[in-house]
Design a binder for this molecule. Sequence first.
Ligand SMILES: Cc1cc2nc3c(=O)[nH]c(=O)nc-3n(C[C@H](O)[C@H](O)[C@H](O)COP(=O)(O)OP(=O)(O)OC[C@H]3O[C@@H](n4cnc5c(N)ncnc54)[C@H](O)[C@@H]3O)c2cc1C
Length: 325
Amino acid sequence: MLLPDHQYVTTNSLKECLRLLAESREKAMVVGGGTDVIFNMRLKLFQPDVAVSIRKLDELQQVEELTNGGLRIGAGARLADLAEHPAINDRYPAFAESVRAVASTHIRNMATLGGNICLHTRCAYTNNSEEWRKGLNSCFKTEGKICHVIQTSSRCLAINNADTPLALIILGAVLTLQSAGGSREVPIAEFYTNDGMDNTVLRPDELLTHITIPPVSDRTAFLKLAPRQGMDFATVAVAARCDGTGEKVSKVSIVVGSISTNPIILHEPSRIVSEQGLGDEAISAAVDSIRDELGPLTNLFSRASYKRQMANVLVRRVLVALRES
Ligand SMILES: Cc1cc2nc3c(=O)[nH]c(=O)nc-3n(C[C@H](O)[C@H](O)[C@H](O)COP(=O)(O)OP(=O)(O)OC[C@H]3O[C@@H](n4cnc5c(N)ncnc54)[C@H](O)[C@@H]3O)c2cc1C
């Protein structure tokens, strides 16, 4: 499959990159590792006039150890490097696990953290070749006005399938978004929206430049279920965090991903185990309360009932993992 006509620009400074994004706006797409964006260009799903590569921007590839014990990671850092990074493995094991869970070794050798965080939502109907899509009416993603997942939906229901955001949400990571006009800090928990089309608050003229993770001494865990280990997108993935030791906790957070247009922060299950601890009964009560929090799920990529059941299984396992860590 040939790439659509486009101009490929390798930027040599952050300033040049931001200027180009400001000038091109919706016509440009940033290329981190290109593992998703180039693939979707071949499918003619993405047809930017300008592909702006950030691969030569050294300042976006560093991992800086902060004096408070946190880390500031450049958005252009390769996942393969982050997976091996000693400070990441020591301080943030669940995040390291989520990095290793992305795709395969070959893809992680190219892919960047920024690209994983900004990964476009995916849909079984549109993430296909142009020829395949011709068999369907246009949908929100292809300049139409319907969603093939649920035809009566007024918004695109494509799924957020990225792994690392879940771990970064429970760690309280903050994203630095820069444009030619300045920069702003956005907690990653507030970065995603529930619209599959405009799935993040990132503006077309903005670049995600850094991810700052505060110091965390709590216990954390990340689990992913995929059709094939070591290659596939998740069917369901879960990240969780708690303080305390053993069953004793006072604050638990749980995030579920890959089943909806945005990662879902589970409030009620977290409240139950925060108040009752991580004993078997409390964990069962927490799992029983998930259904309402997940909301309506679609049959996208796998059946809604299966996803719901697997979310229950993974939340139970992640809470047991926290208790035993
Ligand atoms: C076979 C296969 C399996 C995969 N499995 C998984 C998986 O299991 N889990 C998973 O999470 N992903 C998976 N992916 C998707 C993808 O490879 C990863 O998400 C990867 O981390 C994307 O990073 P990248 O640097 O290559 O992103 P790119 O393809 O370069 O970019 C992805 C998106 O982010 C935008 N972007 C990139 N960097 C920035 C930035 N700094 N600021 C603003 N926007 C930016 C791009 O414009 C684009 O929209 C898979 C892909 C393939 C082909």
